[in-house]
Design a protein around this ligand. Structure first.
Ligand SMILES: *Cc1c(COP(=O)(O)O)cnc(C)c1O
Length: 447
């Protein structure tokens, strides 16, 4: 077993607090604005959508926020998650780089989303809420929240982007297994949905539209609230459990990361991974952070940095972020979780400051990287996670060309067993994927 390094933390080593980067930022974040007035939003306005304790957490500047005991108990079902050295992938790529991946696909619903779903369900429950509404792209968030709602006794209603609703029926089964209800978005059950439907070009839907539908239902309700699976500060906060574990795991190995990589949809798995390390760069550590997004929805690489709405109808607070515009309807790519017009304000600002580098990948390159990963490392990655793998592969090839002993760390945000059909065309087109020369010839090494 010389080849394999798997770092498993003990249950007692599960982090007891989330890390809030806002306590350590050398700059002040631009505050969210009220969409009706364009003034800085006050907490009461946010409470039209979110419960009080989530709003407080969203605005908190405390460095460490204790993870409540019932949330820790639920985390213990699947956390701490392993950090695995990708020795077979390294060997295949013939790279001097050491590649590690943090695997979040062992959670009950198969992705990192459970980390925040459990926390959000818990806080809503303790605030007296009985029903949660939400959007879901590929279905991972809807499944995670349905599971968490089931655990804490909340009803969950999910608006699923129509394109994925049709192409990913297994995710619907999973949501229903956990008592969630799921409907396609845009749909006939909300005014926003009916408006979007009038315009047939919106028929495949988008995360932005599904968010509008989910929010419309809860506006000013006392017992129903909305829950967002990414983008906002409190979601990234909950996800820092990933990065805090990675910190301990790398320390146990005596490794210092040179690149930390993640796929980026709204920024939660990426943010959760990098934020504890971003703090270190303020103290002089030299680490590059790479956010991998789809070429067809390149919010961070091609978006504008400005205030925009988080949803298509304009219900959410205005957020200062990189955005393709709230009207943007991304093409129906397989990585449904990355089809979002905006980006987390925290990640956007880190891009603006030059601390995070975004790279946009063509879909084919990500599936080739995912196929390579599955055949070498033995885990079928989610289509979203394939973007992070593609980023790591590019870096590893770069290290091979410069001969540098880099330490590349990436987060494998989810398992792709339920998305296997999205690999079909890649399988057909790239039977030769295991031929390294072919791989090198192809666009995988080009920027
Ligand atoms: C939702 C999802 C993403 C994208 O969301 P982020 O908030 O950017 O992390 C990435 N990977 C998987 C597996 C997902 O389910």
């Amino acid at each position: 077993m010389k080849k394999r390094t798997v770092v498993n933390l003990k249950s007692e080593e599960l982090p007891r607090s989330w890390y809030n980067i806002k306590a350590d930022l050398p700059f002040k974040m631009d505050p969210p604005l009220n969409p009706a007035t364009n003034e800085v939003i006050n907490p009461e306005d946010m409470m039209a959508i979110f419960p009080k304790s989530i709003v407080e957490q969203e605005m908190s500047e405390e460095r460490f926020i204790p993870i409540p005991e019932p949330v820790l108990d639920e985390y213990a079902v699947f956390r701490p998650s392993p950090l695995i050295r990708a020795t077979f992938l390294e060997e295949y790529l013939n790279t001097p780089a050491r590649i590690y991946y943090k695997y979040e696909g062992n959670s009950p619903t198969g992705s990192h989303k459970t980390n925040t779903a459990i926390a959000q369900a818990y806080y809503n429950k303790t605030d007296g809420i009985t029903e949660l509404t939400t959007e879901t792209g590929a279905g991972q968030w809807g499944s995670a929240l349905s599971y968490a709602g089931r655990k804490f006794g909340l009803t969950v209603r999910v608006f699923m982007v129509r394109n994925s609703f049709q192409s990913k029926p297994m995710r619907q089964h999973m949501m229903r297994m956990f008592d969630g209800t799921v409907e396609p978005s845009p749909g006939e059950n909300t005014e926003s949905g009916r408006n979007f439907l009038k315009d047939r070009k919106n028929f495949s839907g988008s995360l932005g539209m599904a968010i509008s539908e989910a929010i419309e239902i809860v506006l000013n309700s006392k017992t129903k609230k909305y829950s967002l699976g990414s983008v906002l500060d409190h979601v990234l906060l909950h996800q820092t459990v990933i990065g805090l574990e990675v910190e301990k795991q790398l320390e146990m190995l005596g490794e210092k990361p040179s690149s930390i990589i993640g796929c980026h949809g709204g920024g939660s798995n990426f943010g959760g991974t990098i934020l504890p390390f971003v703090k270190r760069t303020f103290n002089g550590d030299d680490i590059e952070f790479i956010a991998c997004e789809p070429e067809s929805c390149p919010s961070l690489s091609k978006g504008e940095y400005r205030y925009d709405s988080g949803d298509s109808a304009g219900f959410t607070p205005l957020l200062k972020m990189y955005t393709l515009g709230r009207e943007f309807v991304p093409p129906a790519i397989h990585a449904g979780g990355l089809r979002y017009h905006g980006a987390a304000p925290l990640i956007s600002r880190l891009v603006k400051e030059g601390i995070v580098t975004p790279i946009a990948f063509p879909q084919e390159e990500t599936f080739r990287a995912g196929l390579l990963f599955a055949t070498t490392e033995g885990i079928i990655p989610a289509p979203e996670s394939c973007h992070a793998i593609a980023g790591a592969v590019r870096k590893a090839i770069e290290a091979r060309e410069t001969g540098e002993e880099k330490v590349i760390v990436f987060t494998l945000s989810g398992n792709g067993a339920l998305d296997l059909s999205s690999f079909t065309s890649t399988l057909e087109a790239h039977r030769d994927v295991l031929n390294f020369d072919k791989l090198r010839e192809s666009s995988i090494v080009e920027q």
